[in-house]
Design a protein around this ligand. Sequence first.
Ligand SMILES: N[C@@H](CCC(=O)N[C@@H](CS)C(=O)NCC(=O)O)C(=O)O
Length: 215
Amino acid sequence: MKLYTHDMSPFAARVRLAVYAKGLDIELATPPGGLKSPEYLAINPIGKIPALVLDDGQVIAESDTILEYLEDAFPQVALRPADPKETARQRLIARVGDLYVAAPMSVLFKHLNPRVRDAAVAEQEFAKLEAGLDHLDSHLCDLKPAADGALRLADCQLIPMLHFLPVIEGAFRRPSMIAERPNLAAYWSRASAHPLAVKVCAEIDQGLAALRAGA
Ligand SMILES: N[C@@H](CCC(=O)N[C@@H](CS)C(=O)NCC(=O)O)C(=O)O
């Protein structure tokens, strides 16, 4: 199996977290010729990472679909809780994270540079992001690290995204949005200390440093 990924991508980092947690032997590769090259579009017409290519050639795109596939195909190290109610909560956390946190973050990422920033769009997206983080902090998500300290699918989805928040806060000179939310802050202080979270966040930082250096 081959995973198309990039160190910096929080969506690809989700999948790498699951791959590391499950101890899977999956080749990591960057898209040949870049994300929009004919060669990569022939593999993943969506033109985004991550994409997983199975040994029989089947391509699975979209990080949440890849995570679910890996969980179904390699359940030996389980990242999905056995209890259906807990699974529903984990899926809800992941979905809230995708729809209401990752979405505005992706827009804000395009406005990091103050010289080409649309301040009105940024303001709107910050309002959406703050609301999304409030949802994660609320009773609805009941965000807590696993009692046994193990990683779960929702952790794989949240950790790279939350690690990215300071990049956005720094560019817009905003205070920590995690620190302002007690449940999220308690979750993050535990989740970010997991050795695989430390590993994958270091990879993201390495990717960001390479981007800033113009690599
Ligand atoms: N919904 C997709 C989002 C993936 C995504 O946006 N990946 C970014 C890298 S972090 C990308 O490939 N962007 C290229 C583009 O949007 O053209 C997923 O969950 O896999």
